[in-house]
Design a protein around this ligand. Structure first.
Ligand SMILES: [Zn+2]
Length: 212
């Protein structure tokens, strides 16, 4: 698939969670996560419309293993809204780990959307929190701006990018995941599960965007 060879004004690129804590050396490092930064920078130059998202948790967030005595990071618990992987403390509001990677350079991004701010619920998707019902407001923004095609890049491929892609598709947008501009964590086969899920939903997952 050559994803959207011609990028136009009704296309939007969503750059998901390219933050220090998700890069090597960070609290919840995605292996080789920092490799995408120059790729994302180049990709974003081709879009007039770019949204950046940030995972932005209060300290003591529900998704942190440290909030659940006896639990360790990467264990899964049953939350009221379904299974929840417990993570190392990460992306705490206002900390250096929550900042964008310093080499991320997308000055023309119009919107920075923060998510995961409710202490009692996690938010992988940039559109809905993990109950799949509580909106972040991003659907409304994209609709009001008249965008029809959503391109996704960022971290991590198998969590926040995946759930964002699936929600965007469910909301009626044409969705393209630029996999070359993503990296995965791969908890219990989650990368393979993501590829299978995206394919089953008819979401285009391209290795790279076709040349301009
Ligand atoms: Zn998080």
């Amino acid at each position: 698939m050559s994803a959207g060879a011609t990028i136009n004004g009704s296309d939007v690129l969503i750059v998901v969670d390219v933050q220090n804590d998700f890069c090597p050396g960070g609290a919840l490092a995605v292996p080789r996560g920092d490799e995408i930064v120059p790729i994302v920078n180049r990709l974003a130059e081709r879009f007039r419309n770019v949204v950046l998202t940030q995972d932005w948790h209060p300290s003591g967030h529900f998704s942190s293993a440290s909030s659940h005595p006896g639990k360790k990071p990467y264990q899964t618990i049953a939350a009221s809204y379904g299974p929840q992987v417990l993570w190392p403390d990460h992306c705490v509001q206002g900390t250096p780990g929550a900042a964008f990677h310093p080499a991320l350079q997308i000055p023309h991004a119009a919107l920075v959307l923060r998510k995961g701010m409710d202490a009692t619920i996690d938010s992988y998707s940039t559109f809905y929190e993990n109950d799949r019902r509580t909106p972040t407001g991003l659907v409304g923004y994209l609709r009001e701006r008249g965008f029809s095609r959503v391109f996704l890049a960022g971290l991590a491929f198998d969590f926040c990018v995946r759930y964002s892609a699936e929600d965007a598709k469910r909301e009626g947008f044409a969705v393209f995941v630029v996999e070359d501009a993503c990296r995965g964590i791969d908890v219990d086969g989650s990368v393979a599960a993501t590829r299978a899920s995206l394919a089953a939903l008819g979401i285009a997952c391209s290795s790279a965007l076709a040349p301009a």
